[in-house]
Design a protein around this ligand. Structure first.
Ligand code: ATP
Ligand code: MG
Length: 389
């Protein structure tokens, strides 16, 4: 009997001809995440399930938590593998039943036979295994409609897999299966969540961070690097492009209407991000904007930010309340990092009374005072990129 982890694939199972491509992307993520876990692991895919086996040093506990970060996986199960006969299955249940039940009060048995030559039918397997559990573990009863735990017995080609039904996986689709996008990553709460949501749908990410040295500090950049690192645990490798907008902000000061500062800067960010996206082969931008959250995110503000972009801007948080975004930020582990108190380039030059009903004409008129192209060019020259993950 050996410990195993099983990954049950999600909607990519439906992807027909592209399946091989999806599988390879998912396997790559799994391998990368297991590199950080003690022990040597082997992967074996069959029948919509990836079975992960490990050597004697394998840290299955850590491996399990890593596997919960893999997009494309619907369910992650910790279980055991044993010989494919009822004696071995019952012995394994006796030894591991407590782990499967985890203090549950009710259970049912589920049997799956992909090997149809197995001498017992699925109901017979369930009946025998159910009896063993009822006899051997105190305080549990059967509930076939709504059990706390489904003790599952899978009869496979070469062996049997046993587990307690597993936990919900990260869902979504394997990263890279839906193209590339560039995330505008600030030190805030929203943009890492937006990046996570895009990555969950299979989008591979790189990120751009706009800073304003010396008004923004090295610590503020470190915070964004930490956010990118956390995000990369789910999305895989990220190149973080750091671009200085100091000259842009200094030039605007004195020349432009202060009430439009944030929006003017946003339009610069979009122009610069698009240039980087084109260069690195990203087909869209992703931001953490949500309608009405702040002055620069009224529909009219978003419209004038959008209008300078020649590629799509995705805003996965658009309809989420701040509280809902916070719940997600906590669950992916970015919330505490975002809470670190460092300044952002937008907060350094924030107008007290920003214009919340801007028009395109107003912004275009204002930009006539600036050498937009030259400022974009010079900002791009300041770019440094950092490989993360
Ligand atoms: P966040 O929590 O993501 O910072 P926010 O509510 O503070 O969001 P804004 O500061 O208005 O919102 O920014 C809106 C979006 O613009 C951000 O989600 C992010 O995608 C992008 N953005 C803002 N500031 C920066 C920055 N310094 N670098 C990169 N992107 C930025
Ligand atoms: Mg912000």
């Amino acid at each position: 009997m050996k410990e195993i982890i099983l990954l049950k694939y999600g909607e990519m199972v439906l992807k027909g001809l592209n399946r091989g491509y999806f599988d390879n992307l998912l396997l790559k993520r799994v391998r990368n995440l297991l590199k950080e876990v003690d022990g040597r692991f082997t992967l074996d895919y069959s029948q919509s399930t990836l079975c992960i086996r490990g050597d004697d040093n394998a840290d299955f506990y850590k491996a399990f938590s890593q596997m919960k970060k893999v997009f494309g996986v619907a369910t992650v199960c910790r279980g055991v593998e044993c010989e494919k006969n009822m004696d071995a299955i019952k012995r394994s249940l006796l030894e591991n039943g407590a782990d499967f039940l985890q203090g549950a009060k009710t259970f049912k048995c589920v049997a799956r036979r992909s090997d149809k030559s197995f001498p017992l039918t699925s109901p017979q397997i369930c009946a025998e295994c159910g009896d063993i559990i009822l006899e051997s573990f105190d305080g549990v009863s059967v509930n076939v409609i709504n059990p706390d735990v489904s003790v599952t017995i899978e009869i496979r080609d070469k062996s049997a897999f046993l587990h307690g039904g597993g936990e919900k996986g990260a869902g979504g689709m394997p990263v890279g299966s839906n193209g590339n996008a560039l995330l505008l990553l600030s030190g805030g709460i929203d943009s890492p969540v937006a990046g996570y949501m895009a990555a969950k749908r299979g989008v591979a990410l790189d990120a751009v961070y706009f800073e304003s040295p010396p008004y923004t500090s090295e610590a503020a950049r470190e915070k964004v690097i930490s956010l990118a690192r956390k995000l990369s645990e789910y999305s895989g490798r990220i190149y973080l492009h750091c671009v200085s907008v100091t000259e842009i902000q200094q030039t605007m000061t004195g020349l432009c209407e202060i009430r439009l500062f944030t929006l003017l800067l946003r339009r610069f960010m979009v122009r610069i991000a698009e240039r980087i996206a084109n260069e690195i082969g990203a087909s869209a931008l992703v931001t953490g904007e949500s309608i009405g959250q702040v002055a620069s995110q009224t529909i009219m503000s978003i419209a004038v930010t959008n209008s300078v972009a020649g590629i799509p801007i995705f805003r996965p948080c658009i309809g989420l309340d701040k509280e809902e975004i916070v719940v997600r930020a906590r669950s992916i582990g970015t919330f505490d990092i975002s809470g670190l108190p460092y300044e952002d380039c937008c907060t350094v030059f924030t107008p007290k009374h920003p214009n919340t009903r801007p028009t395109e004409d107003l912004l275009v008129e204002e930009e006539k005072k600036l050498d937009v192209e030259g400022l974009v060019e010079r900002a791009l020259k300041s770019r440094k990129h950092i490989k993360i993950g």
